[in-house]
Design a protein. Sequence first.
Length: 252
Amino acid sequence: MGVIGSILAISRLFLFVLVALFFFCLLLVISLFYQSKEKKLERGILLRRFAIRILHPILGSKITVYGKEPIDSGLIVSNHRSYFDAMVILKNLLASPVGKKEVESWPLIGSVTKTTGVIFVNREEKSSRTQTLKEVRLVLENGFSIFIAPEGTTHIKPTTIDFRPGTFILAAELGVPVMPVAIDYKNLDDAWIGDDTFIPHFLKCFSKWRTEIKVSYLNPIVSDNVDELISLSKNQIDQELIRFRKDWNLIK
């Protein structure tokens, strides 16, 4: 990271924090006017989408979109590269994402995400996974969307790793569509893996002028067969990931 890149990344981090702080204050104001949890959550989700749209030009995202963004509610599933995945996929969609428990404790970001419909899970604890599935079921039963990365961890492999079945079981039981999404980054270093922490990775990722991203909204799947939902979702996503990397000449 050169001097110019460092200045660019630090400036973007500063603006990122300012935007997050501004919207956190807005959420506090909203909580004074809306007493019901549902109304607060609805306004929080809308504000989160607005904040995401503001942040993309600040961070230099160049997003190439394939397919049609879903307009119906359901279970949105994608492969997992980075904490930035949700900001790309939910740029125009309204959904409650499922995120890892550690994010809840991040300064400012944890508070903002918690009040904008994010459901947190500790994947290592069975009780936390069970509680998360109850919350996900409630959202889906009420006709709203859930976004989750069922791989459960980030990686840079060219195709997906095993999907965890929990939310697919709910989709099969409730008859809601599973909407697969493929996402990848031209620069493999943009993936957030291993022992990376937020600020060092942010500075590394956003020290370049453009972060090139491809995202593909794929064919929705409705089935009461869990294995079929998982298999068809994985296959669609895998085919797109391979195509993305071929387009970028990352694989032959």
